[in-house]
Write a protein that binds this ligand. Structure first.
Ligand SMILES: CC(C)(COP(=O)(O)OP(=O)(O)OC[C@H]1O[C@@H](n2cnc3c(N)ncnc32)[C@H](O)[C@@H]1OP(=O)(O)O)[C@@H](O)C(=O)NCCC(=O)NCCS
Length: 158
């Protein structure tokens, strides 16, 4: 799909570097209910976790942060810049993550999502993730309540 004068062939995936963090944090703060602090991104980078950005003309449009645990890839965070949502970058991120999982020889990809996050849930279902559990009151909400997390898994046959 992709619009806003962005062609898929102009997008690049790159390993996230600390030099990307200012842009990543801006996306995080404008798109997440309870944004991660810079330190959380730095910890993932310092651990050497698989974290990537999607660039268009050197501008960060989207990112993901994952963690490899034996043969499981866990998606810890992902977001698309608000101004670029709804044009297919979520699909682009998922394609990148599933490709990475296969490269690492992972057999499963796990993630948790807020029960209220309908767009993300739809995206994951389109990528054949199945809901396997509910973690009750797992997430904090901006109004100091708690919200359930749904745990999804995508099984890969490498
Ligand atoms: C969830 C998120 C990553 C999806 O990225 P996106 O680039 O907006 O999504 P895409 O344009 O690739 O669309 C993916 C699917 O989501 C659904 N979707 C996207 N925008 C939608 C909207 N406005 N209304 C309803 N469904 C929508 C559609 O099913 C779409 O698939 P389709 O185009 O094949 O119909 C993005 O909205 C985001 O960053 N949200 C805030 C952060 C977040 O929630 N991260 C996930 C935490 S678990």
């Amino acid at each position: 799909m992709l619009d806003m004068n962005i062609q898929e062939s102009e997008l690049r995936q790159r390993a996230m570097q600390s030099s990307h963090l200012t842009e990543v944090l801006a996306i995080e703060q404008h798109s997440q209910a309870m944004p991660w602090a810079r330190l959380s991104f730095e910890e993932s980078l310092n651990r050497g976790d698989p974290c990537r950005v999607v660039l268009h003309e050197e501008k960060v449009l989207a990112f993901h942060v994952c963690s490899l645990v034996v043969d499981e890839l866990h998606i810890l965070n992902l977001a698309v810049a608000k101004s670029a949502q709804g044009i297919g970058l979520g699909h682009f991120l998922m394609r990148d993550i599933i490709g990475l999982a296969k490269e690492y020889g992972a057999s499963k990809v796990f993630l948790e999502v807020r029960v209220s996050n309908e767009i993300a849930k739809t995206l994951y279902q389109k990528w054949q993730f199945e809901q396997i559990a509910i973690r009750e009151k797992y997430y904090r909400t901006p109004d100091k309540q708690r919200e359930d997390a749904l745990v999804f898994v995508r099984r890969l046959n490498n």
